[in-house]
Design a protein around this ligand. Structure first.
Ligand SMILES: [Zn+2]
Length: 476
């Protein structure tokens, strides 16, 4: 690029940065917020935390592919020398997010809704825009950075923590997962579209992606209500539909002059790389529906009270009471010794009273202290520990029945139930003449919403049909 275009290219972001970095006394550039090295070190620390909350998706080939697309876009960004890391996390959520310093994550949940490399590049470009414009850094003043440090320490040493498990949004601020507000999101879209065009993709892929995700969001809000779970929504999607969103159209059109004659779409390459990925919940993480946790591989089920907040984290299952005074965790011991009563006595120590119990035919024990109740249940040679801790004996008294009811709900799954919990997978097929989404839906295990899901993931919602010879995604 020549000098003129280079200066046009860098000016807008410098302005954006200097507006919050100018020292009002000296009038000089004064980067009071943090240096790039500090930014990277914060990103690195928070990356460790993200990896505790999310499992990395276990496919080297997919990780390498997504990273290569991200690197391609990043090389054309405003901060091409920063070291970027693009990681697919094993989550059914529909999201992507970025940490300061170049750490970008995309869920396998959102990948199912994309249909080409250009669309993947659009999502990664948007996140890269958050990094280059330092949206994360702008939100985290020096004080909050220290606070985050402390809270990370507390998180790693659970005893330091009060009873309630923190989640990522508590730790890193809501913005990480829920977005940075309309203006910053639009700026990320503008930067993303710019990077797309510069790396040989059609910047309008940005609008297409937002459209698909908007359809997904509207549909999922309904289904989430039926299934009693949180809706799955992408943080960059706003109220109006992208086709009617004039500001989004405007920011994307700014990169029109950069579009190459034949932008790269990469539909088949992208589809090949997502062949076989998990759709919705994965069985090795268990499934949470209406506060009932079921784990197909371990063959167990546990029902929490309907009004409790339950989180299925990669390393444990945590729940907290509506008043946040009592928390419960499910843990597993693969090599327990002794009877459940002996185990519970050892586990809870002196000062607790232990009673033998039975949970749906399984041998168990319940140990109590004034502010804890611990259930130990044996199943298939493993011990499961349902541990509840209250902030006070009074708080436990209020929730005692709910806690005991949860422990007693622990049961083994039948063979049929286990089979039904097998994870769903995306497969790529070539549509034949006469194929319809209604017919494909009848052969799909997605249930009564199958037809809508198939249209959504193939970007043919609400009325499209497959065209003979077209590669399409199915779920089974
Ligand atoms: Zn965003």
């Amino acid at each position: 690029m020549n000098t003129l275009t280079r200066s046009l290219f860098t000016v807008p972001v410098l302005l954006a940065l200097s507006s919050c970095a100018q020292n009002p006394v000296t009038g000089k550039q004064d980067f009071v917020m943090m240096s790039e090295a500090q930014e990277v070190s914060i990103g690195l620390r928070q990356d460790a935390l993200v990896r505790q909350q999310y499992k990395v998706y276990p496919s080297r080939a997919l990780q390498d592919y997504v990273d290569s697309v991200g690197q391609k876009v990043a090389m054309k960004s405003h901060r091409p020398t920063l070291r970027y890391h693009y990681t697919v996390v094993d989550s059914p959520e529909i999201n992507a997010f970025a940490l300061p310093g170049g750490y970008v994550y995309i869920t396998r949940g959102i990948l199912a809704y994309l249909n080409s490399e250009a669309e993947l590049a659009a999502v990664l470009g948007h996140e890269t825009g958050h990094v280059t414009a330092r949206h994360g850094v702008r939100q985290q003043s020096a004080t909050t950075a220290t606070d985050i440090g402390l809270r990370i320490a507390a998180y790693w040493v659970p005893q330091l923590n009060t009873n309630i498990g923190y989640n990522l949004s508590n730790l890193l601020g809501g913005a990480l997962l829920s977005g940075y507000g309309r203006e910053h999101e639009l700026e990320a879209d503008r930067l993303g579209a710019d990077y797309l065009a510069r790396s040989g993709y059609d910047p309008h892929a940005m609008i297409r992606v937002v459209g698909v995700l908007k359809d997904q969001e509207l549909f999922d809000a309904e289904i989430a209500k039926q299934e009693g779970r949180e809706p799955r929504r992408y943080h960059g999607v706003f109220a109006s539909h992208p086709d009617a969103d004039t500001r989004l159209q405007e920011v994307v059109n700014e990169s029109k002059g950069l579009v190459v004659a034949q932008p790269y779409e990469g539909r088949d390459v992208f589809l090949q790389h997502i062949e076989g990925i998990t759709f919705h919940d994965s069985s090795d993480q268990g499934v949470l529906r209406n506060n009932v946790f079921s784990h197909g591989e371990l063959g167990l089920s546990l029902s929490f009270p309907a009004d409790w907040k339950v989180q299925n984290l990669p390393d444990r299952l945590v729940a907290s009471s509506p008043d946040a005074q009592v928390s419960m965790q499910l843990r597993m011991d693969v090599k327990p010794t002794g009877t459940p009563v002996e185990y519970a006595k050892r586990y809870t120590g002196a000062g607790s009273s232990v009673e033998p119990a039975e949970c749906n035919g399984l041998s168990a024990a319940i140990a109590s202290t004034p502010s804890t109740i611990t259930g130990v249940i044996y199943l298939n040679g493993r011990a499961y520990i349902v541990q509840s801790v209250a902030k006070s004996p009074e708080a436990l008294a209020v929730q005692r029945n709910a806690v005991l009811h949860t422990i007693r709900s622990f049961r083994a799954l039948s063979e049929t139930e286990r089979k039904q919990l097998r994870p769903l997978q995306i497969h790529i097929i070539t549509a034949r003449a006469g194929d319809t989404y209604a017919a494909l839906a009848r052969r799909s295990p997605l249930g009564r919403n199958a037809e809508s899901y198939l249209r959504l993931i193939n970007a043919q919602y609400p009325k499209g049909e497959p065209v003979a010879g077209q590669s399409i995604k199915v779920v089974d």
